[in-house]
Design a binder for this molecule. Sequence first.
Ligand code: DX5
Ligand code: ZN
Length: 220
Amino acid sequence: MGAKRIMKIAPSILSADFSRLGEEVSDVLNAGADYIHFDVMDGNFVPNISFGIPVLKSLRKVTDAFLDVHLMIDRPVRYVENFCDAGADLVNVHYEADSRENIRKAIELIKQKGKKAGITIKPASSVEEILEFLPMLDLVLIMTVEPGFGGQSFMTEQLEKISFISAKIRELGLDCEIEADGGVNSETAQLLKKAGCTVAVAGSYVFGAKDRKAAIDSIR
Ligand code: DX5
Ligand code: ZN
């Protein structure tokens, strides 16, 4: 009906000043952030290394915010319980990071910990491949850049996946969010919203803005 959809905004702390991480997080929360997006990279699944469990633990101590953890690591089934214990509210695992069996196991472990579970797909993966997992999921994360780095350009061709999965979720009557990650700014956010995205991750656009509240408002 063309109703105005509101997207949740999840600033990615990959673009934050790590020497003042606690303050950076409270600053974007004050500016209206809904989730805090926590990008974990292992130097294998993606060609970059970021931060992990001890940093998540420290952050959990200083904030009640919803922590949305994006694991860009090989065989995440090995670590999902540790991330839940360290304070994640939601854990995203990459579909490409292990066998279907182990991805299913990882999701089960996250749910057993009482946390929310998400599956993420890279730009080259087809969204059909994750349909069998949909009823188990709280969130599907569609990458709109190649994972590994902040500050890349939005891949418009990924929007089709969002429309497709949005229609599927509606058709099946599921309660599952659709998150998009990479290259989000005030323009690409409009495209995401139209396609049915419900949570937009934004790193450089929010943390690099002089006025972070204005940046968040302009995405939403
Ligand atoms: C990329 C990460 C993203 C990244 C987004 O691998 O998963 O969350 O921080 O950064 P921007 O918003 O700058 O594209
Ligand atoms: Zn991410």
